[in-house]
Design a protein around this ligand. Structure first.
Ligand code: HAM
Length: 412
């Protein structure tokens, strides 16, 4: 027997309704903030992610599903959506036709991580990217949109963790300070962080290893080392979040695992036993240099992506009704044509309708109707057809009425 790949999942009926629920809410919120949907392919050239996400990130170093195409080009399944959206934004010269662009996307991403609850190798993100606005007001608007999204999903026990990781002016200076600080504790850092010290020292700050965490507590804070421009941006944003009463904490350790961020970075974590350690349901930040880095104009941008599977774990207690409007029972050969007409008529009116083409006994058909959670059952027997009537059973309050067949079939 073939099995689904480790860390990947089928989404079956019963579960898929929850996906629809989340997607519909997200679409509604994105629409109200004037975001338009963009769909990009799942495969891109590997070089896009190396350049966009960063050669020394865990994603590019260890987690990509990459292979050579028949013509020898290295391709990768997308590990995230931002680089793909930026590639499309540049390739389609969107900046040439509009200066502010808001895109959202929903789709499957692939990372070869160690699977556990809330962490998969194929997972789905719902994300948004806002191009062209450098103001802290764009950051504030994005955070408000995320709040609206979470509230509409009935997620209340969340906190925003906000940081600024500076820019090409202040970050190199800060990095050197960090290297200096961590070098004096090098022997107590985990093996991974000892290596990171020369490749990506900021990542030592969010290492989960207990010894690294302890050392990081006394590390210099990026917030204290921002240049004037980054500091102003950060302080203005914080002021607005206070006015808007957003539930946030400034956390100088939010450095995130992607190299493209500058200035604002953020994560949303929930307090939930359903998620355990994988309780970051979304993350994002500013990536002002990425469009240029990938060959486009100097366009500033900010975005976020939410992990759908993690949100689903949170909503796992929610019950979704999966019911049918009508189940139509036909009894005997003569009822077949009438049944087909009725089924079609109701479906044209957008009702969810089912019948059992095996035409078993009334008892077995009623059992099937119950199993499908039908709200109403229509019974067409041979006698009824002759008398121009049908029987309609209301399954919720167990009442039964005789109705006119010609009326149902002829009404517009
Ligand atoms: P990220 O933090 O790598 O950011 O992923 C965003 C969210 O995707 C995470 O917070 C988590 O909820 C979910 N996620 C990530 N990896 C997994 C996994 N293996 N299994 C289940 N869920 C996962 C990005 O991807 C950026 N592109 C976000 C962004 C958009 N920044 C700017 N624009």
């Amino acid at each position: 027997m073939f099995k689904v790949i480790n860390g990947m999942k089928d989404i079956l009926p019963g579960e898929v309704e929850k996906w629809h629920f989340i997607e519909e809410i997200a679409k509604k919120i994105f629409k109200s903030y004037n975001y338009k949907e963009i769909r990009t392919p799942m495969l891109e050239v590997t070089a896009l992610f190396k350049r966009g996400v960063g050669e020394t990130t865990d994603i590019v170093e260890k987690e990509m599903y990459s292979f050579d195409d028949k013509d020898g080009t290295s391709l990768s399944l997308r590990p995230e959506g931002t680089a793909c959206v930026v590639r499309s934004y540049i390739e389609n010269n969107i900046y040439g036709s509009e200066q502010l662009t808001k895109y959202y996307y929903m789709g499957e991403m692939y990372r070869h991580e160690r699977p556990q609850k809330g962490r998969y190798r194929a997972f789905h993100q719902i994300g948004a990217e806002y191009f062209g606005a450098s103001s802290y007001l764009a950051d504030a608007e994005m955070i408000l949109m995320i709040e609206d999204l979470l509230k509409n999903l009935s997620i209340t026990n969340y906190t925003f963790y906000i940081n600024s990781i500076g820019c090409s002016i202040c970050r190199p200076v800060y990095k050197n300070k960090l290297i200096e600080f961590f070098s004096s504790h090098k022997e107590h850092l985990c093996e991974n962080c000892q290596r990171r010290l020369s490749t990506n020292p900021l990542r030592v700050l969010d290492c989960k290893n207990e010894s690294c965490k302890k050392i990081s507590e006394n590390a210099p804070s990026i917030i204290d080392n921002l240049c004037e421009d980054c500091s102003k941006h950060h302080n203005n944003l914080i002021e607005k979040l206070n006015i808007l009463k957003v539930n946030y904490k400034v956390d100088p350790k939010i450095v995130r695992g992607l190299d493209y961020y500058v200035k604002t970075t953020f994560e949303v974590r929930v307090d939930s036993s359903f998620l355990g350690s994988q309780n970051t349901i979304l993350g994002g930040g500013r990536y002002n240099g990425l469009v240029k880095e990938l060959g486009g104009n100097d366009v500033e941008a900010i975005g976020f992506a939410m992990g759908v599977e993690r949100v689903l774990l949170l909503l796992s207690e929610m019950k979704f009704e999966n019911s049918l409007d009508y189940f139509v029972i036909g009894l005997g050969e003569k009822s077949v044509d009438t049944l087909l007409k009725i089924v079609r008529k109701l479906r044209v009116k957008n009702f969810a309708v089912e019948f059992d083409p095996r035409f078993g006994s009334i008892k077995s058909q009623m059992r099937f109707a119950n199993k499908l959670n039908a709200k109403k059952v229509i019974i067409i027997g041979e006698n009824e057809t002759e008398k121009n009537i049908y029987i309609e059973k209301d399954m919720l309050n167990s009442t039964q009425t005789e109705c006119s067949l010609s009326e149902l079939l002829n009404e517009q």
